[in-house]
Design a protein around this ligand. Structure first.
Ligand SMILES: *Cc1c(COP(=O)(O)O)cnc(C)c1O
Length: 427
């Protein structure tokens, strides 16, 4: 029987037998013992599944990856040491020097830098398209060497909502998969695979961990994409890998297993961006309450967004499920239970007003973080985007008076009271 999402948040990924630990065991071991070198050889040849070295695979990490794959409705999953590593691996598993990526321009700054700067140095080019582009504009961005399409369900920090079906349709029409970073809504609020995404990634650092404890990432493969039908585009999956005695991933592991097996066997082996078993254990504690926490983040985000909209000091509020928001319709379709707890708003009076306002906050802390239990906020103009001039900030769609507020799990009345006293202090 397939349990409901709430139950899977608590129990998926690990079913103990009689006398075994109730909580997932932390397998704090770099290596694993075998009786014969023949047994071990089979593991190295990918002829048998099992553990031999925790740089590639560790049982604790695999239990937690299996839970996340189950929540997303995917066929297979893996953990990585960070969200950055998850997005890099997801792309680099199917791209190489000479490949091209179509990506939404509205994505996390770190991912934009990864694709636009670092992967460009590896000879992988990208075309960035507005998430609001027409189907024709999207189609025009593809080239013969395009190998993947990338976007974020709810973009950090712009809070744009990706039309997943539109992007999936374009990707599939061009014979490539759609990769969606689902960090902000989490599978509690959106499951991109149900809308046509092929690969889903996460910075588990955010709501999945949810307590600001551990940096981590995850990759989930839907197991739907037919690599062999586009074998010319994906030689890494569809031709023999000499480093594993000539096995062909798409043949040996099928649609369900090829992507994650190759990503583990090659990229984890060579780059080693592994999550530690300790961190995976902490991440799993967060996942056990994800379905309880997300609705509260949404409730607080919605209440704060509605309150901010009534303030004369505020020029504009962005929150996808706020009536009148540019993404309200898309949010109603993809995020019927709400999106996340992050709200962006622009204060009249620019940088100086934002600085004064934030100094007045008592409960909301100033941090370069989002999506944990404690409310925090950030003014990009005086922190992450500090080097930019007023003109450059406006061109980037980040006005100097913009404040990004991540609503935690506190009482919403206290959050609003905190905002109210900060506004009073500005007068
Ligand atoms: C934070 C974030 C990342 C990067 O994740 P790290 O865990 O910090 O490496 C990637 N995508 C999104 C949407 C994020 O919010």
């Amino acid at each position: 029987m397939e349990y409901r999402l709430n139950t899977r948040c608590v129990q998926a990924g690990y079913t103990p037998g009689g006398g075994e630990p109730r909580q997932i065991p932390i397998i704090q071991s770099t290596t694993f013992k075998y009786d014969t070198s023949e047994d071990m050889g089979k593991l190295f040849d990918l002829e048998a599944s099992g553990y031999f070295y925790s740089r590639l695979q560790n049982p604790t990490c695999d239990m937690v990856a299996a839970k996340i794959a189950s929540l997303e409705g995917g066929a297979a999953g893996m953990l990585t040491s960070s969200g950055q590593a998850a997005n890099f691996f997801a792309l680099f598993n199917i791209c190489e020097c000479g490949s091209h990526i179509v990506a939404s321009s509205s994505i996390y700054g770190g991912t934009f830098n990864l694709i636009a700067v670092t992967m460009a140095k590896m000879g992988i080019e990208a075309t960035f398209v507005s998430p609001d582009c027409t189907e024709e504009e999207l189609s025009a961005a593809f080239k013969d060497n395009t190998r993947a399409v990338f976007g974020e369900t709810i973009a950090n920090p712009a809070l744009t909502v990706l039309d997943i079906e539109k992007f999936a349709k374009a990707a599939h029409a061009h014979g490539v998969p759609l990769i969606v970073d689902n960090t902000f809504p989490t599978p509690v609020n959106c499951r991109p695979i149900e809308w046509g995404a092929d690969i889903v990634t996460h910075s588990t650092t955010k709501y999945m961990d949810g307590h600001g404890s551990c940096i981590g990432g995850a990759i989930v493969d839907a197991g739907h994409f037919d690599w062999m039908a586009h074998a010319d585009k994906f030689p890494g999956l569809c031709t023999p890998d000499e480093s594993y005695h000539g096995i062909t991933y798409a043949e040996k592991f099928g649609k369900e297993g090829a992507f994650i097996t190759k990503c583990t066997a090659q990229l984890m082996r060579d780059f080693g961006c592994k999550q530690s078993p300790q961190d995976a254990y902490v991440l799993n504690l967060g996942l056990e309450s994800l379905h309880v926490r997300m609705p509260r983040h949404v409730e607080n985000g919605q209440a704060v967004a509605e309150y901010l909209q009534t303030r004369p000091e505020v020029a504009h509020v962005s929150y996808p499920t706020l009536k009148g928001d540019k993404y309200y319709e898309l949010a109603a379709k993809y995020l019927p239970n709400g999106g996340c707890g992050v709200v962006s708003f622009e204060l009249k009076g620019g940088r100086a007003a934002a600085e004064k306002f934030m100094k007045g906050l008592k409960l909301a802390a100033i941090e370069t973080h989002v999506a944990d239990a404690r409310t925090c906020c950030l003014n990009p103009a005086t922190s992450t985007h500090r080097q930019m001039t007023e003109e450059q900030l406006n061109a980037a769609g980040i006005p100097a008076g913009l404040v990004r507020m991540s609503c935690g799990l506190e009482d919403k009345a206290d959050l609003i009271a905190d905002l109210e006293q900060a506004f009073a202090g500005m007068a």
